[in-house]
Design a protein around this ligand. Structure first.
Ligand SMILES: [Fe+2]
Length: 433
């Protein structure tokens, strides 16, 4: 009897210990993609992105070089009462030759409306929903995706969430010079990326430059064209867009960012046009985090931060989302390394599930500005409820279940008075040569 009691107690204690301590899973292997032959004129790797006011860019690839860059669309299945013709491109990378990459902008589109569409007059019908005109709006966020078993888990969880726009702060395919990996990534994300706009910015894994032979970002720029022209930028590596009361600025960690650079000048120009009455929320995405207490990539963002943080602070940016470090970390409102009620909340979310695995080692003690840090795969959701409040949550891939592990109500800097308080300081920086 006594032995039975001791054994029962042991099992209970073991179970308690096992469940209390979350055991982080190992990295998962890169997915295998069986050859899936399609007629050469059928669209592959379909994804969409916002392209200026009430417009959407549809991107797809065909093996057939004579396939037209035409999108037919309408609000009922098979009822294509609208159409548009776009442009196409292709690229060579050593011995690899891409298919025909089509980019076609369609619109004007109604807000919060489901559209059915077909690419190149061939193949299956796709559908997407446009974002709402006003709050509430929900963003799904996952950086450093790759294409492993964990990527699939993250994408499955995002697919279960009700969201309007996907934000990806860099490191998409982890093709890493193997160009066919861009194609498999395009196929992997198509179910989600053909249904909701994917707004991405570049990471180091998009570079793929070879000295004297290949320029950087060739594949990325050809395949993931973002609305840089629509936002007055001269580079696909940095741009901005408005959606439902939020202005989002996608910065380029791997484009020049010094005070005399095109990117810095463009950022000043873009900020000078932001009207916080129209877009009370101001968000920034970039790849290399400025606030990072992980040992991984420690200090890599310092150069860009030294130049751009004063501008981001003066502009009262509400939230800065970064990737690169394969873990999750959230700050309090901070500026210049110190807690500041008018600073941005900085979130690192480079934990989409890539082949390199997690970044486990943190610097200790935990800095004052860092309030939550954990090395697990997962994704984030940002629901902007109205002009004053947004709800942020981080969902860890707990085995294969999404578990909400961090959450926070964020109050906008418009509502706290910071925007008004700093308007003179911002004007001074924007006016400086
Ligand atoms: Fe990275």
């Amino acid at each position: 009897m006594e032995l039975k009691f001791v054994l029962t107690a042991f099992v209970f204690i073991s179970a308690t210990v096992t469940t209390a301590e979350y055991i982080r899973p190992q990295p998962r292997r890169t997915l295998e993609f069986p050859w899936d032959p399609k007629p050469s004129s059928h669209p592959q790797q379909v994804h969409i992105s916002l392209a200026g006011d009430s417009h959407m860019r549809v991107t797809w690839i065909t093996d057939d070089e004579s396939s037209p860059s035409v999108v037919e669309y309408g609000t009922s299945p098979g009822g294509y009462n609208c159409g548009a013709e776009g442009e196409s491109t292709s690229y060579r990378y050593l011995f690899y030759r891409s298919g025909k990459i089509h980019h076609t902008v369609i619109g004007p589109l109604e807000h919060d409306t489901v559209y059915f569409y077909r690419c190149g007059r061939q193949g299956p019908e796709f559908e997407f929903k446009t974002p709402p005109a006003q709050f509430p709006i929900t963003f799904a966020v996952a950086g450093d995706l790759g294409q492993t078993g964990w990527t699939k888990s993250t994408l499955d969880h995002i697919g279960q969430c009700k969201y309007d726009v996907h934000l990806l702060p860099g490191d998409l395919s982890y093709a890493d010079y193997m160009q066919h990996r861009w194609d498999t990534f395009g196929e992997l994300v198509q179910p989600l990326a053909s249904a909701r706009p994917w707004m991405v910015t570049q990471g180091n894994h998009e570079k793929e430059s070879i000295p004297l032979i290949m320029d950087a970002f060739q594949s990325y720029n050809a395949r993931w064209k973002m609305p840089f022209e629509e936002s007055g930028s001269n580079s696909n590596l940095y741009y901005s867009f408005d959606v439902a009361g939020a202005h989002l600025i996608m910065l380029g960690s791997y484009a020049d960012y010094d005070e005399y650079s095109d990117q810095y000048r463009w950022l000043k120009d873009d900020l000078s046009k932001v009207d916080r009455k129209k877009t009370p929320w101001l968000l920034v995405l970039l790849h290399v985090p400025w606030y990072n207490s992980n040992e991984a990539h420690q200090g890599e963002g310092d150069g860009m931060m030294a130049i751009m943080e004063p501008l981001v602070y003066a502009a009262s940016v509400d939230l800065v989302l970064a990737g690169h470090v394969h873990a999750y970390e959230r700050s309090i409102r901070v500026n210049n390394g110190k807690p500041d009620p008018c600073g941005a909340v900085y979130i690192t979310i480079g934990d989409g599930g890539n082949k390199e695995g997690l970044a486990h080692k943190y610097k200790n003690p935990q800095p004052d500005w860092s309030v939550f840090r954990e090395a697990s795969f997962g994704h984030g959701e940002l629901k902007i409820v109205n002009s004053t409040h947004a709800f942020w949550s981080w969902h860890r891939n707990d085995d294969d279940e999404p578990v909400r592990s961090d959450q926070l109500w964020i109050t906008s800097l418009v509502s706290s008075g910071c925007v008004a308080e700093k308007s003179r300081e911002l004007r001074k920086i924007l006016m400086s040569p």
